[in-house]
Ligand binder design. Structure first.
Ligand SMILES: [Zn+2]
Length: 315
């Protein structure tokens, strides 16, 4: 049987509640209606607008043209943009979710798969949305996005919520620090960076990690206060207007512990030994910024480093 190209064109240009784009429109309407209490008629201007009639046709299972569907999508975009500021915080891009997936990997390693289930069950994601680049739309954030997607940015508030849950499971901040170190040394996501870092001296590692800070979060500016062959002082200044917990906290001690762990992990990849990282000042203790001091002793020779890099590559 031969299909005429014309027939295929016709199919491709019509959208129903069963096509991906049609499903997406219905999903976004439900999201606005159920999570943000927006009336469906107000998304489409009024009860009698042509847009509202189009939406009703879509819901009935009728097929819409590209232009009609675009009209509905524009109404949705306008509604998302007009959400009140306190609702918008649920979509802010402040932290790269790979931090969260690394933390959850550690929980699974340390406590078992039940811990990931615990986080999943206790996390209320219903208000969060992310921008989906393939559909160019805001879509509801899922737990799978958090754990498996490599390029999802989430609000600081959500990151803090996950760290609070993780602290409940792990017991103390020392464990969160271990989780940070583990995420550098054991997670595939940082694997490429690990190989390059093995080729650097510990001091160079500090410089590199400081520079790369912004590719993992947009919450703080990190600068090196001083740097020598065996020590470094690093300053982390948090940006104003970050999304925060209901308590008003925008940084919690677990976040600083996690950062200490990250530094420790990177330093040890760089061949540093007897690493000691202290937090001299901290936002959570009322200081203006967090200041970390790192000290270390001997470093690996270039030959040992190359050997370690090859081993890492082979594994
Ligand atoms: Zn701190």
């Amino acid at each position: 049987m031969i299909f005429s190209p014309r027939g295929n064109d016709l199919l491709a240009s019509r959208y129903s509640i069963k096509t991906t784009r049609g499903i997406e429109v219905v999903k976004r309407v439900n999201f606005l209606h159920e999570q943000h209490g927006v009336k469906i008629s107000s998304i489409f201007l009024s009860n009698s607008s042509s847009e509202y009639q189009l939406y009703k046709r879509l819901k009935r299972g009728e097929q819409l043209t590209h232009t009609s569907l675009l009209c509905l999508e524009r109404c949705l975009d306008k509604t998302f943009v007009s959400l009140a500021e306190d609702k918008k915080i649920w979509t802010q891009e402040e932290i790269l979710a790979t931090n969260i997936s690394s933390l959850i990997s550690y929980l699974e390693y340390k406590i078992g798969p039940s811990s990931s289930k615990h986080i999943r069950d206790n996390l209320d994601l219903s208000h969060y949305a992310i921008f989906d680049t393939s559909s160019q739309n805001l879509v509801p954030l899922t737990y799978e996005n958090l754990v498996f997607d490599t390029n999802v940015w989430i609000p600081n508030r959500l990151s803090l919520t996950v760290f609070k849950e993780a602290l409940n499971l792990l017991g103390d901040e020392v464990e969160i620090e271990r989780a940070g170190k583990f995420s550098v040394l054991n997670t595939d996501l940082r694997y490429k960076a690990a190989w390059a870092i093995l080729m650097m001296s510990p001091a160079k590692v500090i410089e590199r990690v400081t520079k790369e800070n912004e590719s993992y979060n947009r919450t703080k500016v990190v600068t090196i206060e001083s740097l020598s062959a065996n020590s470094a002082v690093i300053k982390a200044e948090y940006k104003p207007n970050l999304t925060h917990l209901d308590s008003g906290e925008y940084v919690i001690p677990s976040i600083c512990a996690w950062n200490k762990g990250l530094y420790h992990g990177y330093m040890s990849l760089g061949g540093a030994k007897n690493i000691c990282i202290k937090e001299l000042a901290c936002v959570t203790r009322g200081d203006e910024c967090c200041v970390f001091q790192a000290n270390w002793t001997e470093t690996l020779s270039i030959f040992k480093r190359i050997r370690a890099a090859i081993r890492l590559f082979q594994n």
